[in-house]
Design a binder for this molecule. Sequence first.
Ligand SMILES: CSC[C@H]1O[C@H](OP(=O)(O)O)[C@H](O)[C@@H]1O
Length: 345
Amino acid sequence: MRTIDWVDGAVELIDQTLLPERVEVLRLRTVADLVAAVRRLAVRGAPALGVAGALGVALAAYTEPGPEAVRAAAESLRRARPTAVNLAWGVDQAAALLPEGPDAVLRRALAIRDDDVEACLSMGEYGADLLAGLTGTRPLTVMTVCNTGGLAAVERGTALGVAQTLHERGLLAEALALETRPLLQGARLTAWELARMGAPHRLVVDSAGPFLLARGHADAVLIGADRIAADGDTANKVGSYALALGARRAGVPFVVVAPETTIDMATPTGAGIEIEDRDAEEVVTLRGHRLAPEGTGALNPAFDVTPHDLITAIVTDRRVIRLDKGESLASVPPGPRRAGPSERV
Ligand SMILES: CSC[C@H]1O[C@H](OP(=O)(O)O)[C@H](O)[C@@H]1O
């Protein structure tokens, strides 16, 4: 089942706010409804947001009353969440075809959807081979934060896609998933995906992550990305930076896994990445239950930035950049996509 798709003139997507208890598909017929779904993380994850952006422009082209309304709808989608570069990228890619009419926009959006599947398969191959080189070909325990599986993309994920490839190769000893407060993408989504894969896994309280690395519980940390600056500084779910510090201290490889479309060469360093600050209610309540006394506020950055000097490698669908060996996004050109084993259709 695809996380997000175009079905009979509407955008259909799994409402991730209802997982793991309920699997429900939203059928969105207006851009306004899609923007609302993006903002409340019914659809989330950088690659999935890129596809949502592109499909949303197609929806606008078919449903909005005129070119100005189409452009305004596309802009509202582009601004729905600021950190993941993929959202703006997807909107821009599809909007470039607007002069050719809605059918051309839809064709581009569907191509972006299909390309994501191939990109994730390729990242799995590059990433699993990198880990074999770093740690030896043996079953590995990997630690993850947030959700980077197929729910963050179209069918298969990025960092969790590498774990899935390891599992398919018989080389995943266990996945340790940080629960990822406040919206619990790890506890609700990653655990659900790993269970569906039949992959061995356990949940970890966020603040235990660095200490478990110090105690040798993981062979590598695998994280996704929402935006990678030109120097390799990486914005990802909040908690990633703490894991990077713990991994460095523990001598554990810290690997970022993201498609080429998440790289933003126009942003020189992580200091230039806009971090989404979300509503305090997400912190002081838990799925509708109030945790803190009325009047208690909260700081709620949705992401943090890991400096490139704490990152061992960046794995994309076309290359592996070994930052620990002095390589950079500028010094390692993109190469070919890798196709997964034929049985992984
Ligand atoms: C495969 S990239 C997913 C990326 O997006 C997540 O953020 P959110 O759940 O707020 O969309 C998190 O940063 C993941 O690494």
